[in-house]
Design a protein around this ligand. Structure first.
Ligand code: ADP
Ligand code: MG
Length: 342
């Protein structure tokens, strides 16, 4: 075959292969966009595990009418303009690919209104040639993205979708992780028109602990130690369960780097080492940990789904986390576990 430039739809579908694995990946990308838009209320509606419908409604800044087409185009982003921006990235998104990718494997509509527009506009991507039609719509300031019939035009992907129950469980788990990353944002999750989760914005310590309990359960709260530590401009805070709160599964292990959820080998290794001898066989640590550092000290552009990071000072970060957790765990007797007021 001769060399050819891929048609846009195919290029987008190939890119979608990297980030849009299943319905929960769509929810992740869309909710991250809402958070980047400054929303403090996000409603997530799911039908049939996300195969039929994923609808995310936010009260963020919205997209102006004349930028709607761009928002849905590949490599179009308002979040980075230069290499320098990329190296100090503070937003969750930066690749400018999510909307283009998702719209190439579904029927997507994007309805939005900005503060200075008196009306809302809706952009619809019909798949095919990636062309977008725009019409007036009714919507308050903010954005609603609707993704209908995910993978309708990519049968191979569609086949990999599991049962409605399994796909929804993945979405539910994702929403838990987001709920732990932004206590200041109200999150609502509905499945087949039924309200399944409601996490109200929490500001006081009591409200935050209530949300923590809602996500992690009361047993975790009974064994959780609050931790806060700082070293060389790296901050670690959060909660970790004492060995008595160890679990039969690794289902309560949440780590965030600058607000981004992570599954990072280096961090996990440091945590495992800190617990080392303290856990019996087949017992797993439980924790919710936040690491904050200068965004220039960490590279998030490692993997399209952004699950991994690369720390410039990997050794320092590793040892700091290890030390902080080790001393917290070994001073257990002198610390008060969180008192749970219910
Ligand atoms: P990225 O998030 O990497 O910039 P996306 O394809 O996810 O790429 O989004 C493209 C652009 O569309 C964003 O940069 C942003 O300007 C705009 N956008 C997307 N979703 C929203 C939203 N919910 N509210 C406001 N703007 C949005
Ligand atoms: Mg995005």
């Amino acid at each position: 075959m001769p060399i050819r430039i891929l048609p846009p739809i195919l290029a987008n579908q190939i890119a979608a292969g990297e980030v849009v694995e299943r319905p929960s990946s769509v929810v992740k990308e869309l909710v991250e966009n809402s958070l980047d838009a400054g929303a403090n209320r996000i409603e997530i509606d799911i039908d049939k595990g996300g195969a039929k419908l994923i609808r995310i409604r936010d009260n963020g800044c919205g997209v102006a009418r004349d930028e709607l087409v761009l928002a849905l185009s590949r490599h179009a982003t308002s979040k980075v303009a230069t290499l320098d921006d990329l190296e100090g990235i503070c937003s969750l998104g930066f690749r400018g690919e999510a909307l283009a990718s998702i719209s190439s494997v579904s029927r997507l509509s994007f309805t939005s209104r900005t503060q200075d527009q008196s009306e809302a506009w809706q952009a619809e991507a019909e798949g095919r040639e990636m062309d977008v039609t725009i019409r007036p719509a009714a919507h308050p300031v903010g954005t609603t993205v609707e993704v209908v019939d995910l993978f309708f035009n990519t049968p191979a992907r569609r086949k990999f979708m599991r049962s409605e129950k399994t796909e929804f469980a993945h979405i539910d788990e994702l929403v838990r992780r987001i709920a732990l990353s932004r206590f200041d944002v109200t999150l609502l999750l509905r499945h087949n028109d039924k309200l399944v989760r409601q996490y109200r914005a929490a500001s006081t310590v009591q409200e935050q602990e209530r949300r923590l309990a809602a996500v992690c359960g009361t047993p975790f709260m009974h064994h959780a130690l609050a931790i806060e530590s700082e070293h060389s401009d790296v901050r670690l805070r959060g909660w970790l369960a004492t060995p008595a709160g160890a679990r039969p599964q690794n289902d309560l292990q949440y780590t965030y780097v600058n607000g981004r959820m992570m599954r990072d080998k280096l961090i996990n290794h440091a945590i495992r080492q800190a617990y080392d001898e303290l856990l019996g066989p087949d017992r797993f640590a439980a924790y919710v940990l936040y690491i904050e550092l200068d965004p220039r000290q960490v590279d998030v552009n490692v993997h399209p789904a952004k699950h991994e990071v690369r720390f410039h000072q990997a050794r320092l970060i590793h040892d700091f986390i290890y030390q902080a957790l080790f001393s917290a765990l070994h001073q257990v007797d002198s610390q008060e576990p969180l008192a749970m007021s219910e």
